[in-house]
Design a protein around this ligand. Structure first.
Ligand code: MD3
Ligand code: FE
Length: 207
């Protein structure tokens, strides 16, 4: 990454390149444990389209979408069980990152886990299903790199591109919390940690 081309702090966004490098293997092992209990699935949007990104969750609440809308649930609709507990290594990393971003008391109750395989993308959107927009969102990238797009508070605002690589962490708070953002289609590749995939963890205070 090139810190000189992008400030470390900007309107509530804090960029922490390589912040998860020391725990990446542990995080990946924990993702695989979660996946064994709550498999990745391609959820359907309220408009009836299946998402290209595979999703699962851990924590007290998990983000889902189906034909009736977007929301957080305590149980996995696929299994009827509560979402797997948030591993300690997840929670500690999210809280350490939030502290670096200036958010001392971040207590995430939800972690959405996204899995991108080559071609998968996420179109420009805002994250607005959480109750408290004063809490930041912490995002952790593992595996293959992806081009991340972020704009402003309006969908039509100019967008910036940044490359998110294995172990990069971003903290989104303040005005940046409601910025539009998305991921361009993942390029083909094979990563030593995750294989043909990119994993993104987003820690949220949902309830
Ligand atoms: C900016 N995930 O799960 S992470 C999402 O890489 C999502 O999977 C993308 O957007 C991914 O909702 C982007 C970076 C990110 C996450 C949440 C944000 C940026 C954000 C919330 C508000 C503003
Ligand atoms: Fe998002």
């Amino acid at each position: 990454m090139t810190p000189d081309l992008f400030p470390e702090h900007f309107e509530g966004l804090t960029r922490l390149p390589g912040f998860a490098a020391g725990t990446a293997m542990e995080l990946w092992a924990a993702v695989q444990n979660i996946e064994a209990a709550a498999p990745f699935r391609q959820m359907v949007t309220p408009w009836g389209k299946s998402m290209s990104v595979g999703m699962t969750n851990c924590g007290a609440a998990g983000w889902i979408t189906d034909r009736t809308g977007y929301r957080y649930t305590a149980t996995d609709p696929e299994t009827g069980q509560t979402w797997p507990a948030m591993p300690e290594v997840f929670l500690k990393l999210a809280q350490d990152a939030a502290t670096h971003g200036g958010f001392q008391n971040f207590t995430p109750d939800a972690c959405l886990i996204n899995r991108y395989t080559p071609g998968a993308r996420m179109t420009l959107h805002q994250d607005r299903n959480e109750r408290d927009f004063d809490a930041p969102i912490v995002s952790v990238s593992l595996g293959l790199p992806a081009t991340f797009l972020w704009g402003g508070a309006a969908r039509t605002d100019k967008t910036n591109h940044i490359l998110l690589e294995n172990s990069d962490v971003l903290v989104w708070g303040g005005p940046a919390r409601l910025y539009f953002h998305g991921i361009l289609p993942l390029k083909e590749g094979d990563h030593p940690l995750t294989g043909r995939a990119r994993i993104n963890l987003t820690f949220r205070k949902a309830m």
